[in-house]
Design a protein around this ligand. Structure first.
Ligand code: GRF
Length: 573
């Protein structure tokens, strides 16, 4: 059961408002006051709520003995020391728009200063007076006709509705459905499970390596899955991979009013059609390489670029649809192969681009329909091995953070945010910008409409924010007030693949690996049979770590994993 303590020193009207709001809930409230004769204690008695007189000096011992999910300061006229603040999650309500008018008599001081706006703020508590991250605030206009009394009444009215609603949001726990089968989804699951805001984690399509992380749902199609999600009171859905997005899964969940982290079918075209993405960039002056569309072998003659140039399948190709042609015969061969259906329908149309030289970055951002929040830049290793002619894969490893000029990233984010706003992209989800820093500045190589795999594996280990809260803020279109923070240390991921990957991976080989606390293991292509683990796909698992010695820890462990045909890159990070 959720337990909440409300600390107050005086009147306690906020205390009463909270109690009345939650009257039929199962939350257990108690009232604490540092003043023996505070009126709030009388209110508690009348409302039949347990109450305690706890002198200020005894607060630490009291909280050591009594654990609460949340401690609310509502007119508690004391500064709590760090030692006490470490014992729980504390919030405070203050009658001004912080950081204006911290401290006592805030309403009166705001009134006398004749400010245009004042209001109410609810914030986390630190050792400094009325500081700490703001959780909620509400503004009121101060008109010249308004008297102090009227202002006070207005402020209290706002407090009595804002405080209970904010508490409700803070203690609410969420049911989340995570869709997808790979190491990226395993990393998401791992991070979601760390959240105190998670009620139940539901999975759809999880591989045998992380099935145990949640409740597995079965469905024949997305329509049925959405109905099951409804029955299970899923609050929102996180879709990991582009395949389902391009099939329109989000449009179906939207019909059932279930919010999704993922783009609808229309906006997924930024990934599923390279030509759609190019036109979007052109319309919005987003810097990118020049391009032409090729649909027949004859079109080769019209390609205006000098060699090398880049050939891309227009549609989805699991990260493998990009080739570089160094001369005419290579170009002809690649284009022929593509047009003949190397990637089925996906390569029947081809985008040919000028070659850009520079440092590549993966910039993954969250978009809430109005605000775009970038994560720290990451890098993935696309080639099977470092040699020039090595084939592209879904990704053989990743690292973050990648040292980059922060201003470049901010400027780019502003351009993309403006474009998405202008084009009224209403979905909520991840946008991955594959960027290159050329001598002419930053340019976009491609968009993906999901967080990358293996970039997600490193980013989830670096991310300090609570993922449930972050995604909840995204679906609630509240990213504007969300601050992202990341660990400073290097986060790395080495992908272990099967022999023959990416073309014809060998599968069914038994895997043996020791237990380790030093690394995070995210499974991709594995099958479990009678408690033994076998390879089942091209990419088998991601070995990851974030910390001061991450590279050594990861490679030490990589060497301990054994299966026939183990394939990996030794040069990650
Ligand atoms: C409120 O104005 C609150 O913002 C401030 O103290 C006052 C408490 O009022 N921190 P009450 O005791 O809840 O009536």
């Amino acid at each position: 059961m959720t337990k909440i303590a409300i600390f107050a020193s005086g009147n306690g009207s906020n205390f009463e408002a909270v109690i009345r709001y939650f009257i039929n809930s199962s939350i257990e409230f108690i009232c604490v006051s540092d003043k023996k004769d505070a009126f709030v204690l009388k209110r508690a008695e009348k409302l039949n709520i347990k109450y305690f007189y706890v002198p200020f000096e005894q607060t630490y011992d009291f909280l050591l003995k009594n654990k609460f999910d949340l401690i609310v300061l509502a007119g508690y006229m004391r500064i709590l020391p760090k030692k006490v603040l470490q014992l729980g999650k504390f919030i405070n309500i203050h009658p001004s728009l912080l950081p204006e008018f911290k401290g006592k008599n805030a309403i009166e001081r705001a009134f006398k200063s004749k400010v245009k706006n004042t209001g109410v703020t609810i914030h986390y508590v630190t050792e400094e007076v009325d500081s700490g991250e703001v959780i909620a605030s509400k503004k009121i206009k101060l008109t010249p006709q308004m008297t102090l009394k009227e202002l006070e009444t207005k402020i209290h009215e706002i407090e009595h509705s804002l405080l209970p609603k904010t508490i409700e949001k803070l203690i609410r726990k969420y049911n989340i459905l995570l869709i997808g089968s790979g190491a990226r989804e395993h990393a998401f699951a791992d991070k979601l499970l760390k959240s105190e805001y998670l009620n139940k984690l539901y999975l759809f399509g999880a591989n045998d390596g992380f099935k145990d992380s949640g409740i597995n749902l079965e469905a024949q199609n997305f329509e049925q899955l959405a109905q099951i999600a409804r029955q299970n009171k899923i609050d929102f859905v996180l879709i990991g991979s582009e395949t389902q997005l391009a099939q329109g899964i989000v449009d179906i969940f939207q019909k059932y009013a279930i919010p999704c982290i993922g783009s609808d079918k229309y906006w997924t075209q930024l990934e599923s059609s390279k030509s759609f993405a190019k036109e979007f960039m052109k319309r919005n002056n987003i810097p990118c390489a020049d391009y032409v569309i090729v649909q027949t072998e004859k079109d080769i003659k019209k390609i205006p670029f000098t060699y090398p140039y880049v050939i891309k399948a227009d549609g989805l190709a699991a990260g493998k649809g990009v080739c570089i042609a160094n001369n005419e015969s290579e170009a002809k061969n690649i284009i022929k192969e593509y047009l003949n259906g190397k990637f089925k329908e996906s390569s029947k149309k081809i985008v040919v681009e000028e070659f850009l030289a520079g440092e590549e970055l993966s910039l993954i951002s969250l978009w809430d329909g109005n605000t775009l929040k970038p994560f720290i830049p990451a890098r993935d290793y696309k080639k099977l091995n470092p040699s020039i002619n090595s084939p592209n894969t879904g990704g053989m490893g990743a690292v973050c953070p990648v040292e980059t000029d922060k201003k470049l990233i901010l400027d780019y984010t502003k351009i993309l945010e403006k474009a998405l706003r202008k084009e009224k992209a209403k979905f909520t989800g991840f946008i991955y910008s594959g960027l290159i820093i050329t001598s002419e500045g930053i340019k976009v190589l491609e968009f993906n409409m999901r967080s990358g795999d293996p970039e997600t594996q490193v980013l989830m280990l670096s991310l300090e924010n609570d993922l449930v809260l972050l995604l909840k803020n995204t679906v609630e279109k509240n990213l504007k007030n969300t601050k992202l923070s990341f660990k400073k240390e290097k986060s790395i991921c080495v992908v272990l693949a099967s022999n023959g990957y990416p073309n014809t991976p060998e599968t069914g080989n038994e895997i043996t690996m020791p237990f380790s606390n030093d690394v995070n293991i995210y499974y991709a292509g594995v099958k479990k049979q009678k408690n033994k683990l076998y390879t089942a796909k091209g990419r088998v698992m991601s070995i990851c770590n974030c910390g001061t010695d991450s590279i050594n820890k990861v490679y030490d462990y990589v060497n301990k994993v054994e299966y026939k045909g183990k394939t990996f890159r030794s040069d990650i990070a």
